[in-house]
Design a protein around this ligand. Structure first.
Ligand code: ATP
Ligand code: MG
Length: 371
């Protein structure tokens, strides 16, 4: 079927949407993907050899649970843990090739290898359901994009959170997704139950307290037919993000930082924190902003080039593909360690970020700022 029909738009509409797509190659395949939110299509939409892979929708957020949850959901909702890793959509396209796409619709050679290695049921799933896509989070310390630790994950793990129609992106109801995941042995995100909105408002503070104490990211609430989503994050996650961003202060957008500080503010109000608890939150927030920045300034002062460090573990050719892939995306990599372990290659590399290095150097040299 033609692309515009699969996407559910007219031909002229499709032609005007094409402007937002970028061309890429993966091995012998050429494809196009939509890297941002500019159009009516979801970010990450892919066009590949006549097949469409729908993008993943942006999940809205509430800052006040007690008001936002009843306002957003009419009926029962499922509560799942929000895992802190990266979004992946797995689909069978271009003559039955199983590929893994990251959030913006890029085929990742590392992730494509890993989902096949981690999910034994993948071939059977796509033999039976070539029209579906499997959506999940890849998380754990050894990946090239994020670095949140989980106590039960040494290297890398996958957890499914959605099964959707590949081309339209229409989700299957949660119960159906769970059946399929059981059938094909796909791990799923931790499930915390089904609630009415009122029950959820009662139950969520304790759940979020527990997740927060364990340094976990938060929750995603979903209508049972999976058509409505709402997210909420823990203070641990907000502060973790801030620490991360202030590790490379000039490489993150200021809006990214501001939004996380605002979340902390509304959470403190909703939780009705007393004076002592407010001070503690303020103290922790200040530490997460200032301490990483001081370390970074000192590192640059000492002559180091700073950036985001990642470790990955995979067969040697997969690592070669990954590093070439990242460099092809314009990243500047420095390899800090490259070794063999149990028949695989383990590489630690740094994505060197220009803005932070240059600005800190300039400021340390006494560059005058007019602001
Ligand atoms: P975007 O919405 O564009 O992905 P973002 O960085 O704002 O950008 P997040 O705040 O991380 O995204 O929230 C949405 C992401 O949460 C999803 O894209 C998905 O990768 C991840 N996620 C983790 N756990 C779940 C879950 N249980 N259900 C749905 N999504 C989940
Ligand atoms: Mg995320």
């Amino acid at each position: 079927m033609e692309y515009h029909r699969q996407l559910g738009v007219s031909r002229p509409q499709f032609e005007s949407l094409l402007d937002g797509f970028e061309h890429r190659e993966f091995r012998d395949l050429e494809y196009r993907h939509l890297p941002d939110y500019r159009s009516s299509l979801d970010r990450g939409t892919v066009l590949i050899e006549g097949d469409v892979v729908a993008g993943f929708p942006k999940i809205p957020r509430t800052l006040i649970l007690a008001e936002g949850v009843p306002r957003y959901f009419d009926g029962e909702l499922a509560v799942e843990e929000k895992l802190n890793g990266y979004n992946v959509r797995v689909a069978s396209v271009a003559d039955d090739r199983i590929l893994a796409f990251t959030r913006s619709g890029i085929v990742c050679p590392f992730t494509t290898h890993k989902v096949k290695a981690m999910l034994d049921g993948l071939d059977a799933f796509f033999d039976d359901h070539p029209e579906l896509q499997l959506c999940g989070e890849i998380y754990g310390p050894e990946n090239p994009y994020t670095d949140h630790e989980y106590p039960d994950v040494d290297s890398l793990a996958f957890a499914a959170f959605d099964v959707r129609d590949r081309a339209s992106g229409d989700p299957l109801p949660i119960a159906k997704r769970k059946d399929l995941c059981r059938q094909y042995d796909f791990p799923e995100v931790p499930f915390h139950g089904v609630f009415t909105p009122e029950e959820a408002v009662d139950a969520l503070p304790d759940l979020l307290d527990e997740l927060d104490a364990e340094g976990r990211e938060g929750i995603v609430m979903k209508a049972l037919d999976d058509t409505q989503y709402l997210k909420y994050t823990t203070s641990a996650a907000n502060q973790d993000d801030l620490a991360h961003a202030f590790d490379l202060p000039f490489d993150y957008g200021q809006a990214f930082l501001f939004r996380r500080i605002i979340r902390e503010g509304f959470q403190a109000i909703e939780w009705e924190e007393d004076e002592a608890t407010r001070r503690e939150r303020a103290h922790d927030l200040g530490e997460s902003i200032l301490l990483p920045m001081l370390d970074t300034i000192e590192d640059v002062q000492g002559g180091e080039t700073v950036g985001e460090e990642h470790t990955v573990r995979a067969p040697s050719d997969v690592i070669d593909d990954l590093l070439a892939h990242l460099e092809g995306m314009g990243l500047h990599l420095r390899i800090d360690e490259d070794r063999e372990a149990d028949g695989e290659r383990v590489v630690t590399f740094v994505k060197e970020t220009r803005a932070t290095n240059d600005k800190i150097d300039a400021y340390l040299d006494g560059q005058i700022v007019r602001e």
